[in-house]
Design a protein around this ligand. Structure first.
Ligand SMILES: Cc1ncc(COP(=O)(O)O)c(C=O)c1O
Length: 446
C-alpha cells in the first residue's frame, strides 16, 4: 500500500503518474511537471515538496469553511466508526432526515424538500428528471423541452452537458439530449466591463425566453435551468432584473425554473443561497460542494412543496424511479450537519458578505494592469479576464494560473479568465496576497 508520505517517491517515478487519467486536466502537461498537494489546513495547502500554497479557490469552489476543520473531520471520523453505510432505497437513517431538515431551514420560501445525490452533475440530472416527471404526473407530458443557457456549466452528465453551453464540454459527445434549446449568455464586456457586482445592462436578455416560447410553444417546455452566477465559464453575473424577468416569464408559461447553485449555495454570495441574495425564488435549486465544505462528496436538489406534492399524489408505491447507491451517505450527512453547524457558529455567510467589498476593491485595483480587459465580482467570487493571445486562446490564462501557483497562490483558470473564490474564512491580508500575486504574475506575462 502506498501511504500519503510515500506519494512524493511515487511521483518522482514518472511511470507512477500514468494510471490516473486526470479529469479536466492537460494530462501530458501535468505529468511532465506535476503539481501535488499532500496536506491542507485552513486557507492553505502544502505541496509534496513542502511549499505552502494559499488557496484562493476553496479547493474547487467547495471548501467554504476552509480545509480540515476539526468539527467536520471529527464528525466524519466518528460516523465512519459507528455506521459506515446504510441503504437509502426503502431504508433510511436519522442523519439523512436531519440534514434534509437543516438544508430546508436554510432554503428560500417554498423549497421544502430535498433529494440527495453525490455531486453537482447528479443534482442537475436529478432536477431535470424531476421536471420532466412533474409535468407528466400532472398530465402535461408534452412538456419535454429543456432550456439552458450558452456558456452555462451544469456538470458532465448527459443532461448537464445538453443544457450546458460550454462548447468544449459538448462537441465530442454527439447529439446529447434532444429537444434542448439555449438562452443567450449575459456577458458583454463592451457594455459592462469593470462592473462591480451586478451589471446594469442585460436584463432584456431574459426576454429571449419569450422568443423560445413563441418558437416551441410553452406546452412543450418543461424547465429552464441557469446558474445565478455562471461560475465555471469564467464568472458571469446576472444583470440587474434578469433573474426576476426569467422568473416572471417562466411563471407566466407554467415552465419550471431551476437555479443551479452548485457553486453559489452555502455562503458564496453572502447568504445561504444566491436565490436569497438576488431575491428570486426558483422551483428547484441544485446544490453540492459547500454542503459538506468539500469534505465528502454530496449533492442535492431542493424542490418546491408543489413539485413534491405532485409526486406524492401519483400512483401508490415508489413515486420517483431515481436515486443513487450513495444518496444520503452517512459520512456525507455527518459532514453536512457538522458543516452547517460550523457555518452557523462562525457566522460564515455573514462573514462572506462582510468581506465581499474587500475582495471587490482588491480585484478592481487590478484595472489598468497589463492584459486585464475586465474584472467581475459579487460576494466572495471574482474574475479577472485577460486579453487572449492571437491564435492561442487560453494560453495567457494558463500561464497566469501556473505563475500564481509557483508564487504560492492557487487560483482557477478558464480560458483567459482567472477566477477567485476563497473560503469564507479568508482574511483581508490573504485577499491582498492573492491579488498582489496575480498582479505581479500577469504583469510579467507576454
Ligand atoms: C453550476 C455547476 N453545476 C454543476 C457542477 C458539477 O458539479 P460536480 O463536479 O460535483 O459534478 C458544477 C461544478 O463546478 C457547477 O459549477
Amino acid at each position: 500500500m502506498t501511504l500519503l508520505s510515500d506519494a512524493p517517491n511515487l511521483v518522482r517515478d514518472r511511470d507512477g503518474l500514468e494510471a490516473f487519467w486526470m479529469p479536466f486536466t492537460a494530462n501530458r502537461q501535468f505529468k511532465s511537471a506535476p503539481r501535488l498537494f499532500v496536506k491542507a489546513e485552513g486557507m492553505y495547502y502544502t505541496t509534496d515538496d513542502g511549499r505552502r500554497v494559499l488557496d484562493g479557490f476553496a479547493g474547487l469552489w467547495c471548501c467554504n469553511a476552509g480545509h480540515c476543520r476539526k468539527p467536520i473531520t471529527e464528525a466524519i471520523q466518528k460516523q465512519a466508526a459507528v455506521m459506515d453505510y446504510a441503504p437509502a432505497f426503502q431504508m433510511g437513517h436519522p442523519l439523512a432526515f436531519e440534514l434534509a431538515n437543516r438544508v430546508v431551514d436554510l432554503a428560500p420560501g417554498k423549497l421544502d424538500h430535498v433529494f440527495f445525490c453525490n455531486s453537482g452533475s447528479e443534482a442537475v440530472d436529478t432536477a431535470l428528471k424531476i421536471a420532466l416527471g412533474y409535468h407528466r404526473i400532472r398530465g402535461e407530458g408534452a412538456r419535454m423541452r429543456l432550456i439552458g443557457r450558452e456558456r452555462g456549466y451544469h456538470g458532465v452528465g448527459f443532461g448537464g452537458i445538453s443544457v450546458g453551453g460550454i462548447v468544449a464540454n459538448r462537441k465530442m459527445f454527439g447529439t446529447m439530449l434532444t429537444g434542448v434549446d439555449h438562452l443567450p449568455h449575459t456577458l458583454d464586456i463592451e457594455k459592462n466591463a469593470f462592473t462591480r457586482g451586478q451589471p446594469e445592462w442585460g436584463a432584456h436578455l431574459a426576454d429571449e425566453l419569450e422568443r423560445l416560447v413563441a418558437l416551441h410553444d410553452a406546452s412543450t417546455i418543461a424547465a429552464v435551468i441557469v446558474e445565478p452566477i455562471a461560475g465555471s465559464t469564467g464568472v458571469i453575473l446576472p444583470p440587474r432584473g434578469y433573474l426576476q424577468r426569467l422568473r416572471e416569464i417562466t411563471r407566466k408559461h407554467g415552465i419550471l425554473l431551476i437555479f443551479d447553485e452548485v457553486i453559489t449555495a452555502f455562503g458564496r454570495v453572502g447568504d445561504a443561497f444566491a436565490a436569497d441574495v438576488y431575491g428570486v425564488e426558483p422551483d428547484m435549486i441544485t446544490f453540492a460542494k459547500g454542503v459538506t465544505s468539500g469534505t465528502v462528496p454530496m449533492g442535492g436538489v431542493l424542490v418546491s412543496s408543489e413539485i413534491y406534492k405532485a409526486f406524492m399524489g401519483g400512483p401508490a408505491g415508489i413515486e420517483l424511479f431515481h436515486g443513487y447507491t450513495y444518496s444520503a451517505h452517512p459520512l456525507a450527512c455527518a459532514a453536512g450537519i457538522a458543516t452547517l453547524d460550523l457555518y452557523e457558529a462562525e457566522g460564515l455567510f455573514e462573514r462572506a458578505a462582510k468581506m465581499a467589498p474587500k475582495l471587490e476593491n482588491a480585484l478592481h485595483s487590478l484595472k489598468g494592469t497589463k492584459h486585464v480587459i475586465d474584472i467581475r465580482n459579487d460576494g466572495l467570487v471574482g474574475a479577472v479576464e485577460l486579453a487572449p493571445r492571437e491564435k492561442a486562446v487560453g494560453a495567457r490564462g494558463f500561464e497566469a494560473f501556473l505563475g500564481c501557483y509557483e508564487k504560492g497562490v492557487l487560483v482557477r483558470q478558464t480560458g483567459d479568465t482567472i477566477a477567485i473564490a476563497p473560503a469564507l474564512i479568508v482574511e483581508e491580508s490573504q485577499i491582498d496576497q492573492i491579488v498582489s500575486t496575480l498582479r505581479e504574475v500577469v504583469d510579467s506575462l507576454a
